[in-house]
Design a protein around this ligand. Structure first.
Ligand code: ZN
Length: 473
C-alpha cells in the first residue's frame, strides 16, 4: 500500500518535471529560433556532448497508404538511450511535405532535449527515452485530407506526454487549410464554435477540468483552434494531456458532426447531410405562421422536378411521401429533393390499403420502401403516411416513425385543375396546416406557384411536417 502510494507520488512529481522540461525545451527552441543566439545553442550541445548519442543512425522506409497520392514514411532509430519510431506522410505537394518535415524535426529535438535534461536532473540513473509518432489520415468531401499526429513521449518509463498535431490540406491544390478558412473567415463563426467547445469540455471533463486553462484555451482566438481534423464527417478538436484538465482525464477531444456546423462552415466543407438542429438555432420567423406542404405518391421525374424547382424559388420546404417502387428509378431526383432540405416520408411500396393486409405484408411494404430510400440518400424516411389515410391500431403499432395525416385536402387528384389548387388552400388555410397534394399530377405542379406566392404574401413559412409536429408536442 505504502509503496504504491510512494510510487504514485513519485510519478506525479516526475510528470510535472517532464512536462516542465518539455515546456522549457520548447521555450528554449523558440528562444534560439527567434534570437539566433549561437552561443546559447552551443552551450547546450557542449553540455550534452558525448553523453548521449545523437540522431545519426536513423532508418527510413516508405510504404503505400490507403490513399493513392500519399506514401507513409517510417523513420526509426534504435539509439540505445533515445530510440524512436515515427510515421509521417509524404504527399505530392512540396509545401505540405515541408511543413510536416519541419514539425518532425522540431518534435525530435524536443524529445532529445527532454531526455538530456531529465538525465541531467537524474545523473546517477540510466535514463532511456521512448518516442512514438503515430499517424492518421482521413479524407473529406473528396477534397481535403486531414493528417493527425499523435505524439507519445516517454522518459524513464513512467513519465509520458501525449500531444497532438494536425494538418488539413486540399488534395487537389495542396493548399493548407487554416481554421480561419474552415469557418468562412468570420470571427463570429469562431465565437459560436468556441462557446460550443467550451460547453462540451466543461460537461465532459467534470471535476478534472482546469477552469482557468479551459477559459484561456477555448477563448475565440484563431490560434486556440489549430488542432482540428475532419474524420468521417465529424470535426474533431484535440487537446494535449494536462493542457486543460488533469492528466488522468487523458487527451480530451470535442467531436461535432459537420452537418451540425454547416451554418458556420465555408461552402466547400459543408456536408450534404441535413441536420435538424445546428449550432445556430433556426431563427423564429416574423409572424410565426407556418404550414407544411406534403406531396404523395411520387417521385415523378417530370412533375416532381417542376415542384422542386418552384419550392426552391420560394425557399419553401416540403415533405414528400414516396411510393417505394418509384424510388430506385429516380434516385438522383430523390437525392436532389433531400439535399434541398426537404423531408422524405414512407408511403408504402405500391400503395395498398394497409388495413386489408396481414401484419407481415404491412411490414414488407414498410421495410422495402425504407430500404429503397436509404439506398438513395443514406438516411431512412422520418415520417409515414398510409395510402388513402387507411389505418388502425394494428397497423400504426407496426410503424416506428410518426404517422402523419393532413388537415387540408386540396383534392388535386380529383379536380386535376391548376386553377383550383389555390382556392382549396386559401379557403381552408390555418396556422400549422398540413396540406395534402400529389406530385404525380401536372396540374398540381402548375398550380403550386400561385399557392406559394399567396402563402408568402400572407406571411406563412413553409416547413417540413416534422417541424410542425415538433411545435405541437
Ligand atoms: Zn397516396
Amino acid at each position: 500500500m505504502n509503496n504504491d502510494r510512494q510510487k504514485k507520488h513519485r510519478s506525479w512529481v516526475d510528470y510535472v518535471l517532464v512536462s516542465s522540461i518539455f515546456t522549457l525545451t520548447v521555450l528554449i527552441g523558440i528562444f534560439i529560433f527567434t534570437n539566433g543566439d549561437s552561443k546559447f545553442q552551443s552551450s547546450i550541445s557542449a553540455k550534452t556532448k558525448g553523453e548521449i548519442v545523437n540522431d545519426t543512425q536513423k532508418l527510413l522506409s516508405e510504404t503505400k497508404s490507403e490513399f493513392e497520392d500519399i506514401q507513409i514514411v517510417t523513420e526509426t532509430s534504435e539509439d540505445p538511450t533515445m530510440p524512436y519510431t515515427l510515421y509521417y506522410p509524404k504527399t505530392k505537394f512540396e509545401q505540405v511535405n515541408k511543413e510536416i518535415s519541419q514539425y518532425i524535426t522540431k518534435s525530435k529535438e524536443n524529445y532529445f532535449n527532454a531526455v538530456r535534461l531529465y538525465k541531467n536532473a537524474h545523473p546517477d540513473k540510466d535514463v532511456v527515452g521512448k518516442y512514438q509518432l503515430f499517424l492518421d489520415i482521413h479524407e473529406h468531401n473528396n477534397s481535403y485530407y486531414s493528417i493527425v499526429f499523435k505524439n507519445k513521449l516517454t522518459v524513464d518509463q513512467a513519465n509520458y506526454d501525449i500531444s497532438y498535431q494536425t494538418y488539413i490540406f486540399n488534395n487537389h491544390s495542396g493548399e493548407l487549410v487554416s481554421t480561419y478558412q474552415l469557418f468562412n473567415q468570420k470571427t463570429e463563426n469562431l465565437e459560436v464554435f468556441s462557446k460550443y467547445v467550451k460547453n462540451q469540455l466543461t460537461k465532459n471533463l467534470g471535476k478534472n477540468v482546469y477552469t482557468d486553462k479551459l477559459d484561456s484555451s477555448t477563448a475565440p482566438y484563431w490560434k486556440n483552434y489549430k488542432r482540428l481534423a475532419i474524420i468521417n464527417d465529424r470535426l474533431v478538436v484535440y487537446y494535449n494531456s494536462g493542457e486543460i484538465a488533469d492528466p488522468s482525464a487523458g487527451t480530451p477531444t470535442v467531436i461535432v458532426p459537420m452537418s451540425y456546423l454547416n451554418p458556420i462552415l465555408a461552402d466547400s466543407f459543408r456536408t450534404s447531410a441535413i441536420s435538424k438542429e445546428t449550432i445556430i438555432p433556426v431563427k423564429p420567423t416574423g409572424t410565426g405562421k407556418r404550414v407544411a406542404l406534403t406531396f404523395d405518391d411520387g417521385p415523378h421525374e417530370k412533375v416532381t422536378r417542376q415542384i422542386l424547382k418552384t419550392l426552391n424559388k420560394y425557399d419553401a420546404k416540403a415533405t414528400f411521401f414516396m411510393v417505394g417502387r418509384r424510388v430506385p428509378n429516380n434516385t438522383k431526383l430523390v437525392k436532389d429533393i433531400y439535399n434541398s432540405g426537404h423531408e422524405i416520408g414512407n408511403h408504402t411500396w405500391n400503395h395498398p390499403k394497409l388495413t386489408s393486409l396481414t401484419s407481415k405484408q404491412v411490414m414488407s411494404q414498410l421495410d422495402s420502401t425504407d430500404d429503397a430510400i436509404y439506398k438513395a440518400i443514406g438516411q431512412y424516411p422520418t415520417v409515414f403516411r398510409p395510402p388513402y389515410g387507411a389505418k388502425n391500431k394494428r397497423v400504426t403499432d407496426l410503424i416506428d416513425v410518426p404517422v402523419v395525416m393532413w388537415t387540408i385536402d386540396t383534392l388535386d387528384w380529383k379536380h386535376r385543375n391548376a386553377n383550383k389548387l389555390l382556392p382549396m388552400v386559401k379557403n381552408n388555410l390555418h396556422n400549422n396546416a398540413i396540406i395534402l397534394m400529389h406530385d404525380i399530377h401536372q396540374s398540381t405542379a402548375d398550380g403550386l406557384d400561385s399557392v406559394l406566392a399567396y402563402l408568402q404574401k400572407e406571411g406563412y413559412e413553409c416547413v417540413t411536417v416534422s417541424e410542425i409536429l415538433a411545435s405541437q408536442k
